[in-house]
Design a protein around this ligand. Structure first.
Ligand code: PLP
Length: 433
């Protein structure tokens, strides 16, 4: 399998998986995608429901990596990465929550970050030298990446996050690591942080001095493992039709779902659920894509005004609006609706959701009636305890705090504050430690 840029429609510049992971962004500014999607045979599909999570992960991922990682090595990686529970919680006859937050940092990004860290550390070992990883975060990416890469030999991580835009708990999970993890507090928005990361990766002279890559959801190594839980959810419900509502910001999560479906996982329909940063739902309705500066919301990990993975979605559907519309509906929701959804989930089902999962629920609720035969699964992307203020505002009590989150809150922060200038960021990333 080779990988191509979304801006290389004629497949003229294929690269290996490892090169795509190291480069992060393609030199032409596009995002890497598999040059073809392997199709699961009928027999394979029948096998999936009988597998455990790490075996299922291996079946989904091996076709992409078989030239570059041995089967036994990939089995080991999958066992290390997919080693926490993935509950599919039934709330109603046709409504379920897929809880993706049982990893070390309590958000779904643990899947991608842990997988990428293991791939990169093997690569650093193979090629020698040091790899520097830069990542922009609106909250949960950074902590998942830090946890995944902490003390991994040969790797230094720089986390860029927007000052004052992440919750206090999230900030603790970004800034208290030390060792090979440096947290950079940028006096700007998440979009600024993302722009800085992109320009570092596109900087050829920097690339000559240090081996640099990104651990954002633009990185292929983050994207691929996210296909696995869609397959796992389907495998559990395989006697039914299944639809997914995905609370989305940068749209990596949803893109992975679309890829799993394109490989043959039978999915009836997808809903792209957003907060008021709804440029993709608007595109789905109107056929016009109009990025704009992001607005701050309660579901802050989805405050993205120009989602990077939209380019991958266009690529998957051959840039045809109608084809995308057939697979995918979109809906954006306000903070007031999000709080109401949290109350509804608790009132009806005794279920405590975080604000992102609540947006996913709203997406499912909006389209439930259009797909009456489907089991509607919304992705619950973070543990509610990551957003105690919002949970309290909606429900009047604080969510239960898992021990591993409490432990972060007691540690000392050690971030560097930087002005919103690429020059300063570049300086820090270049600095020899
Ligand atoms: C990152 C994040 C999202 C958005 O995921 P994308 O892949 O960027 O669309 C949703 N919920 C939570 C809790 C997140 O951390």
């Amino acid at each position: 399998m080779k990988f191509i840029s979304t801006r290389d429609p004629h497949h003229e510049r294929p690269v290996s998986f490892f090169d795509a992971v190291l480069q992060g962004l393609a030199p032409d500014g596009g995002l890497y995608m598999p040059d073809t999607l392997p199709v699961l045979t009928e027999e394979k599909l029948k096998l999936l429901p009988g597998l455990n999570l790490s075996q299922l992960a291996f079946e989904m991922l091996y076709p992409f990596l078989e030239n570059e990682i041995s089967a036994s090595e990939l089995i080991t990686i999958c066992e290390e990465v997919f080693n926490f529970p993935l509950p599919l919680v039934r709330l109603d006859e046709n409504l379920l929550s897929l809880e993706l937050f049982h990893g070390p940092t309590l958000a779904f990004k643990d899947f991608g970050a842990r997988f990428m860290a293991r791939v990169l550390s093997r690569l650093a070992g193979q090629r020698g030298g040091e790899i520097r990883v830069v990542v922009a975060t609106s909250g949960d990416t950074g902590s998942a990446v830090a946890a995944g890469f902490y003390k991994v030999p040969g790797i230094k991580v720089f986390i860029l996050y927007p000052k004052g835009r992440v919750s206090p708990g999230q900030q603790k999970q970004l800034t208290t690591w030390g060792e090979n993890i440096t947290a950079l507090e940028i006096e700007g928005s998440f979009d600024d942080c993302q722009r800085h990361v992109k320009s570092l990766l596109a900087d050829a002279s920097l690339q000559q001095q240090v081996q640099l890559t990104s651990a954002n959801s633009i990185n292929l190594a983050r994207l691929l493992p996210q296909m696995v839980y869609y397959a796992a959810a389907w495998a559990q419900l395989s006697q039914h039709q299944i639809a997914f509502s995905v609370p989305s910001g940068n749209f990596g999560n949803l893109t992975a779902g679309l890829m799993a479906a394109a490989m043959g996982i039978p999915v009836k329909h997808f809903v792209a659920a957003t907060n008021v940063n709804d440029v993709v739902p608007q595109y789905l309705h109107e056929g016009i894509y109009q990025p704009r500066p992001s607005a701050t919301t309660l579901s802050n990990a989805m405050d993205v005004g120009n989602p990077s993975n939209f380019e991958r979605m266009l690529h998957l559907f051959g840039h045809q609006h109608q084809r995308m519309q057939q697979r995918l509906s979109g809906a954006g929701f306000t903070d007031v609706q999000t709080l109401q959804a949290m109350q509804q989930l608790y009132g009806r089902y005794g279920y405590v959701a975080d604000p992102h999962g609540a947006v996913g629920y709203l997406g499912a609720a909006q389209y439930l009636n259009q797909y009456p035969d489907a089991q509607f699964v919304f992705l619950e992307t973070a543990h509610p305890a990551k957003f105690p203020e919002t949970v309290n505002r909606a429900l009047g009590f604080n969510p239960e705090m898992p021990e591993r989150l409490q432990a972060f809150l007691e540690k000392k922060e050690q971030q560097k504050v930087l002005p919103n200038e690429i020059r300063k960021v570049r300086e820090v990333v270049l600095m020899l430690h």
